[in-house]
Design a protein around this ligand. Structure first.
Ligand code: FAD
Length: 560
């Protein structure tokens, strides 16, 4: 983010785009300035609608379209004295004259509107790659209420039994769930080698296995190449030559920021393709602000610039831009990429950097721990595991990121860690975090505390970690400290089973000159073993997350 000078005057504020960022900004500007004139333009038929709810509208979890309308033009007028013009496409900006040209999509007529301040919140367009057959009927995107209405009509008017969802990100997976809910056999086709590309592969694979268990056909590492019309429905062919029949196709392969208007107005774009803004959401052109999916933001942890199409940042940026426009102090702190996706009763969430992104940015001063605690104490019925990965800076323990997958309690843990990251917290802060506890909610040592404790043990030198990736290449002696019964069911190839309870008596079986790598089912017994062996002078490392994490890495190596 660079710094741009120039503050517009708020007397007349025009806003392009009336959904997440635009509607937030309009309402905030009014709350802070009763006198300015505010007009919101949207080319669609609605403003302030719940785009995040659209997959559930398709799945009929949300039955009535009206539920998706958070605020109507009438409410804006009556409650906030804000004028909303729907079906109004803003087609040009003349920044020098401070004027926009609006096309009324009902009449086709164009007119000019002047402004003192202009806020752009035009969002992002779903990507439609120019592939053969891309415009065939039955291929849909999900961005607006009319888009999802079209999918619903397609489902109700035809005999539809199969769907291909292209893209295994959060919209793709939410659509997969909702199409299965509507009785369709669903294939998810993803070009990357994992679902949920923002998280690391060994976390995503837990989600993938769950999707497969729930009957979703997941095809990875294969991009869509073409669509053809069959006698009934479509045929989707892939880069590797697979052919998957589908009565309906949903494209969910990401979005591209809507920057045409900003570019034409002379606003600078960032390297990621989003509109360049400073921390007050000002563009490079005086009098023009921009927020939401269309802008480039800075990742707070790594400093990387990116576009991050999420509703939370869009809403907060709208509020900040409005404050700046009316002359109040406000600045945006950057993003952490905190996000969550739930589908088929499984949840995956993350905050901060993934290990992939750290490596991409050339960061090597990091360490990671894995753990798999229950979402509440084991003795209270219904505990389910939280598979948690925590990344932190090796030199000082600064928290860099966290990811978790499981059925319950996922968002809560990631939200806590997200707040710690925002406050530039360390693993020692997680170790000490005081969190809610009663049997049905957590444990006296919450998973967040446990993650902090394990990481703090590493920081203090009480625990050394081995890397799973080096397993096949190490000369270390691998010791499995689980029970023989657990060992029999499956173990790391080449591992020797010495149950924790026998370790003190069998110390002479352990190497003195080679490293000893220990593991158990999830890491806890291996930690006890590590402490025991260190104090007996052994060179010990712990395989973090135990056999449970091993299985995820092994499945990745085996190709899913
Ligand atoms: P939008 O909310 O998209 O609003 C932009 C508006 O501007 C649109 O109505 C568009 O028609 C209008 N517009 C654009 N150009 C012009 C023009 N020239 N003239 C007039 N009008 C124009 N985020 C989450 O954090 N969690 C979720 O669970 C989640 N689920 C989602 C599910 C779906 C199906 C979709 C599509 C998105 C989801 N998102 C989610 C993303 C979230 O909705 C967006 O990040 C957020 O809406 C961005 O806000 P925005 O104001 O930048 O753009």
């Amino acid at each position: 983010m660079s710094h741009h000078g120039g503050r517009g005057r708020a007397r007349k504020l025009l806003i392009v785009g009336g959904v997440a960022g635009g509607a937030s900004a309009a309402a905030r500007a009014r709350r802070m300035d009763e006198d300015c004139e505010i007009i919101v333009f949207d080319r669609g038929p609605h403003v302030s609608f719940a785009n995040c709810g659209l997959p559930y509208f398709v799945g009929e979890v949300i039955q009535d379209e009206k539920e998706l309308l958070i605020a109507t033009p009438e409410l804006f007028r009556k409650r906030f004295n804000i004028e909303v013009r729907t079906r109004s496409d803003v087609v040009r900006v003349d920044a020098k004259a401070r004027q926009i040209t609006v096309r009324d999509l009902e009449s086709g007529k164009e007119y000019v509107e002047s402004y003192d301040s202009l806020l752009l919140s035009p969002g992002a367009q779903p990507i439609r790659p120019p592939l053969p057959g891309i415009d065939l009927p039955g291929i849909f995107v999900v961005r607006t209420i009319p888009d999802s209405r079209k999918i619903r009509s397609w489902l109700s008017d035809r005999d539809v039994s199969s769907a291909v969802v292209i893209g295994g990100g959060f919209i793709g997976l939410e659509m997969a769930e909702n199409l299965q809910r509507r009785g369709l056999a669903v294939t998810v086709l993803e070009a990357a080698n994992q679902v949920m590309p923002p998280v690391d592969p060994e976390v995503a694979i837990v989600f993938q296995h769950h999707l497969e268990e729930r009957g979703v056909n997941v095809e990875l590492g294969d991009a869509v190449a073409a669509f053809e019309q069959r006698e009934q429905g479509l045929m989707v062919s892939t880069g590797s030559g697979k052919r998957v029949p589908a009565d309906l196709v949903v494209l969910a392969i990401g979005v591209r920021p809507e920057t045409a208007l900003a570019k034409a107005a002379g606003c600078t774009l960032g390297e990621s393709g989003g509109i360049d803004v400073d921390e007050h959401m000002r563009t490079s052109v005086p009098g023009i602000w921009a927020v939401g999916d269309a802008v480039e933001v800075r990742r707070a942890v790594s400093g990387a610039e990116l576009v991050l199409p999420l509703a939370g940042p869009a809403n907060r940026q709208g509020r900040i831009a409005a404050d700046d426009i009316v002359g109040r102090q406000a600045s945006f702190r950057g993003v952490q990429g905190t996000s969550v996706c739930g589908a088929f009763d499984m949840v995956v969430a993350m905050t901060g950097c993934s290990e992939k992104s750290l490596r991409r940015n050339g960061m090597s001063d990091y360490e990671r721990v894995y753990l798999h605690p229950g979402h509440h104490v084991g003795y209270y019925p219904g505990a389910t595991p939280i598979h948690l990965k925590l990344l932190f800076r090796r030199s000082d323990g600064l928290i860099l990121g966290a990811q978790a997958v499981g059925s319950h309690g996922i968002a809560r843990r990631i939200d806590v860690i997200s707040m710690a990251i925002q406050k530039e917290g360390t693993v020692f802060d997680l170790e000490e975090a005081e969190l809610c506890y009663a049997p049905q909610f957590g444990a006296a040592k919450d998973p967040v505390n446990l993650a902090g404790m394990i990481a703090a043990n590493v920081m203090r030198g009480d625990l050394k970690l081995a890397r799973w990736e080096e397993l096949g290449q190490t000369a270390a002696q691998i010791i499995d400290v689980r029970s023989p019964a657990e060992f029999e069911k499956g173990a790391i190839p080449g591992a020797v089973n010495i149950p924790l309870e026998e370790l003190r008596e069998r110390l002479d079986e352990l190497s003195d000159d080679r490293e000893v790598w220990v593991y158990c089912q999830v890491g806890q017994r291996a930690y006890y073993a590590t402490r025991l062996l260190i104090q007996h002078g052994k060179q010990v490392r712990n395989l973090p997350g135990g056999y449970t994490t091993y299985q995820n890495f092994a499945a990745l190596r085996a190709g899913g």
